[in-house]
Ligand binder design. Structure first.
Ligand code: 5GP
Length: 192
């Protein structure tokens, strides 16, 4: 045994990285880019009660479950964190994340802000990364989208976005989503 490193055979538990940020900032696009360009990066697969979108595959983007199944997982303590977002439940199954970390490999979560705060409490050593828009104007442009919402709905979304932007100060790292490929590369560099 190496006297300086008595535990050399036991891998150091690795750090969890959490990507979060305001609605509409493009977290999903950054993660999709990492899936494409860095298939070696392990991404947690969340459970959700929302219905799959075209092209989404059960077990790949999400585990699609019904509300009763989701609530059973919560009651059994199987969720590291969970939140309700736009009428659906989303949560991170705890087991696969803990296995990864115990094996000394990195793990990446992409979750909304309430979930990121729960991870902060449950795993204070996790690295929390806030994905920020290049500017408030750009975020507003993305939220307004194709102009299908009425003015009240747009005002409400912008109000929510302002509150969400203020959460940046709770995070360890702020990453600006200037381009999806650049943000994805920077995030991969932060892992480990
Ligand atoms: P979408 O329905 O567009 O895939 O995701 C909606 C929101 O849910 C996104 O902000 C996404 O980051 C968040 N989300 C996805 N999985 C989880 C999860 O496991 N926990 C939490 N708290 N949020 C999640």
């Amino acid at each position: 045994m190496d006297a300086d490193h008595p535990d050399a055979a036991v891998p150091e538990p690795s750090r969890l990285t959490v990507l979060s940020g305001p609605s509409g900032v493009g977290k999903g696009s950054v993660v999709a880019e990492i899936r494409r360009s860095h298939p070696e990066v392990w991404l947690s697969v969340s459970a959700t009660t929302r219905t799959p979108r075209p092209g989404e595959v059960d077990g790949v983007q999400y585990h699609f479950v019904d509300r009763a199944g989701f609530e059973r997982m919560v009651a059994a303590g199987e969720m590291l964190e969970w939140a309700e977002y736009a009428g659906n439940l989303y949560g991170t199954p705890r087991g696969p994340v803990e296995e990864r970390l115990a094996a000394g490999t990195y793990a990446l979560l992409e979750i909304e802000l309430q979930g990121a705060r729960q991870v902060r409490r449950a795993m204070p050593e996790a690295r929390l990364v806030f994905l920020a828009p290049p500017s408030r104007e750009e975020l507003a442009r993305r939220l307004v989208g194709r102009g299908t919402e009425d003015e009240a709905a747009i005002a409400e979304r912008l109000g929510v976005a302002e509150v969400e932007l203020a959460a940046a100060r709770e995070f360890d790292v702020v990453l600006v989503n200037d381009t999806v490929t650049h943000a994805a590369e920077e995030l991969v560099q932060l892992l480990g």
